[in-house]
Write a protein that binds this ligand. Structure first.
Ligand SMILES: Cc1cc2nc3c(=O)[nH]c(=O)nc-3n(C[C@H](O)[C@H](O)[C@H](O)COP(=O)(O)O)c2cc1C
Length: 275
């Protein structure tokens, strides 16, 4: 049963919760207060729009109380700041050789976890390497596997250009794949979810923006994603990624050893306006 509570002292019966419910399951009881009929409860998405929209903070649902929410008024960054963040975010390929403060790391994950998911399924799982030694061990395993594939001529043709990265590692111990980053984040979600790939990518995009706003560098990692997910199932399993999960993507992160002074400039977006 959904724990749906109305503080009758606070509720002004404005009905905003009724109007905003995406499943339209909130009605009014005999006294005009919002309520959910038991037979409609299974249609609740758990999106908490009712809690979010209530101007008076009169509505609790699923055990969540309005007092625990952040208030939105005046709390958003201004558009100019957000534009600078979106345009100023860079792929960071140079990192300081130190772990992030665990509290900051947890905060980044917690905020990213608030990213939207299809039908609010909220099943994205974060697999985190929280220590640079763990990333170094993973790197060694992946590099050894790739070296083997390269020697056996078993790299897929579409990935043959990775060979140069692998050889640089072999000859000079220069890491062009994991970039000596102290941390790695992998987002995965059950294949049975409605939109698992999209959910993972949106979670990682949210993670990246919040991380960079917090002074933490990030790098989407296509090579590591491909290697772990497609080439080395044992490594994937050793990281604890469930077999029934779709591998979303891998992202490196850590304190940057590089500082960018300005945004880059891109051509205008190719926009097709439907006539
Ligand atoms: C899905 C995706 C996969 C990527 N994979 C890699 C990668 O494996 N290695 C790498 O160095 N950069 C990777 N990048 C970073 C891109 O090369 C980078 O975004 C692009 O060069 C533009 O630079 P910017 O991110 O600083 O704007 C990836 C980016 C995306 C979005």
């Amino acid at each position: 049963m959904i724990d749906f509570r109305i503080d009758r002292e606070r509720c002004t019966q404005c009905k905003q919760c009724v109007g905003d419910c995406p499943s339209r399951i909130i009605g009014l009881d005999g006294e005009g207060f919002p309520s959910i009929a038991p037979e409609k409860e299974t249609n609740c998405l758990g999106c908490q729009h009712c809690l979010a929209i209530c101007p008076e903070g009169a509505l609790s649902i699923l055990g969540y109380r309005p007092e625990e929410s952040l208030l939105l008024k005046g709390g958003y960054p201004d558009p100019q700041q957000l534009e600078t963040l979106i345009k100023g975010r860079r792929s960071v390929r140079r990192y300081r050789p130190e772990n992030l403060d665990p509290e900051l790391l947890n905060k980044l994950l917690d905020v990213a976890w608030h990213a939207p998911t299809g039908v609010n399924s909220r099943q994205v799982r974060f697999t985190v390497l929280d220590d640079r030694d763990k990333v170094a061990r993973l790197r060694d395993e992946v590099m050894a596997g790739l070296l083997r594939l390269d020697r056996e001529g078993a790299l897929p043709a579409s990935k043959s250009y990775y060979a140069s990265f692998i050889r640089v590692w072999e000859k000079r111990q220069i890491d062009l794949i994991f970039r000596d980053a102290p941390h790695l984040l992998i987002a995965s979600a059950p294949k049975s979810a409605s939109t698992p790939k999209d959910d993972c990518m949106i979670a990682l995009t949210s993670f990246e923006l919040y991380a960079q706003a917090s002074g933490v560098g990030t790098l989407w990692n296509g090579i590591a994603s491909w290697a772990i997910d497609e080439m080395f199932p044992d490594i994937r399993r050793s990281l604890g990624i469930p077999d029934e999960h779709l591998f979303g993507y891998a992202m490196l992160f850590g304190k940057p050893a590089v500082h960018y002074a300005r945004t880059v400039q891109h051509q205008p977006a190719p926009i097709h306006r439907v006539p």
